[in-house]
Design a protein around this ligand. Structure first.
Ligand SMILES: Cc1cc2nc3c(=O)[nH]c(=O)nc-3n(C[C@H](O)[C@H](O)[C@H](O)COP(=O)(O)O)c2cc1C
Length: 193
């Protein structure tokens, strides 16, 4: 079983990555293979609404000049997908929005190719707006017919400077529980198929 995590923060080793690592540590304890893709900080284009993905149906976005097709391909091969984003003005980062729009369009054009994969959102914020980021990422998962496990609180870690999330004990517990729930669901669904 494999899970890919996409870090949408331009701070490669910032709070989002710390939270992603908390999830991946729990998954690895259960024997799940993991991979992180660093998306934040990459130059990416948004969806151009060309609709070629609907014509081509080749599991790819017609824009092939940035990292998004590589993300889509890795996501399509994984059993689970973690999307992590810091909160930027109560929303996802630009890079995550580009991924959601383009992977979302390609997914819909190809018979919901991410269907029944397990998806979780991981959000860093310094104060407010994280719930909107959480909702945006979950809206992507849910319209792709993916399965979304929960945790004991919404999946947020609080901190401003790099490393501040280590001081948010409740957030870390929430994220570790989330990782355990994802591992349980992966194992359970894997056994059933
Ligand atoms: C452009 C920008 C906008 C931000 N907007 C918000 C916001 O709306 N709400 C919030 O709580 N924090 C906001 N922050 C703070 C980050 O979400 C916070 O520092 C987070 O921990 C960064 O995660 P990272 O270390 O993974 O980049 C913003 C930061 C930046 C750079």
């Amino acid at each position: 079983m494999k899970v890919v995590a996409i870090n949408g923060s331009p701070r490669h080793y910032g709070n989002t990555q710390i939270l992603i690592k908390c999830v991946l540590d729990e998954l690895e304890k259960s024997g799940v293979e993991t991979e992180v893709i660093q998306l934040g900080g990459e130059l990416v284009r948004g969806c151009s609404a060309c609709n070629f993905c609907r014509e081509n149906k080749n599991l790819k976005c017609d824009i092939d000049t940035d990292i998004i097709n590589s993300c889509i391909e890795t996501m399509s091969k994984a059993d689970g997908i973690v999307i992590g984003s810091p909160t930027y003005f109560a929303n996802v980062t630009t890079e995550i929005k580009a991924l959601i729009d383009r992977a979302g369009a390609v997914g819909c054009a190809n018979g919901n190719m991410f269907k029944r994969k397990i998806g979780i959102a991981v959000v860093a914020a310094s104060r407010e707006g994280a719930i909107n980021v959480f909702n945006s990422i979950n809206n992507f998962f849910l319209i792709q017919e993916m399965i979304v496990p929960g945790s004991c609180y919404w999946n947020t870690g609080i901190g401003f400077d790099i490393g501040d999330v280590f001081g948010d004990q409740e957030g870390l517990t929430t994220i570790r529980t989330l990782g355990q729930n994802m591992a349980w669901l992966l194992e359970t669904t894997h056994k059933a198929t």
